[in-house]
Design a protein. Sequence first.
Length: 278
Amino acid sequence: MLSKMTSAGVRAILVAVLVATPSLLLPSVSVDTTQIVVLIALACAGLTFFDYVSVYPSLIEFRDAPPFNRIRYMSLFLTVFVLAIIARGQTDPNGLTLFIEAVGLVIGHALDFPYSPVRLVILGLPEGASAEAVSMTRTAAGMAYLIGLLAITFFYLILKLKNWPAKSGAFNVWINLPTFDPTAGGDVVDRLNRDARVNLALGFLLPFLIPAIGKAAADLFGNAMATEPQTMIWMVSLWAFLPLSLFMRGIAMARIADMILLKRRRAEVPDAEAILAA
């Protein structure tokens, strides 16, 4: 029990650090913003702690199937950290900020072609955005998209080379998929494959849909993305992270469906042999 509480506490601290990273790295953050960030960080840390320390699952999926959530966390943390460094470089440049900004600028321009997700993010900026805001958004979007692509590639390699999640031990569907009810009706393999296809389709479409939603929100709430660094950091990070999560979930659910189907076929072989022997 102590080991479980320690593990849950470490995860909660890491989540709190993730939420607080932009406020810690940006040079000028108001007191009100700091207080709001602290409250959100404590809430996210508490949710993570109680979910991992409890015996029964609640919201977090693939809790006992590493490194699924570790890859998601590291991708989001790296995205938020890199984008915060880029935003910091606009007012407090140093060697690290200049290097990351230069790399991001090259990647952003490489991915900024017609109808690309990065181009749609730039087009989603409000009218009258400055050239500096456009350049920083292009750089941030390019870096975020690259980190997402590397994360999904790494997860796919782990799945293929390490036979995930079989290497983690017995896979408990109830613990690792608390929002999926295997007894809701219909064949569980068909439902897993259907949900996998839905997640993959949404993961493909979200990079194109989120900029349109952001454009509509900018028309309602102003040009906060172009003027507020923290808003830009979180919007671009979520734009890259949500499709990544859906892609990973879709790939994982398809993998679980294949495992269940393989187990069924193995169970049918001894039955067939017993019938022939009789």
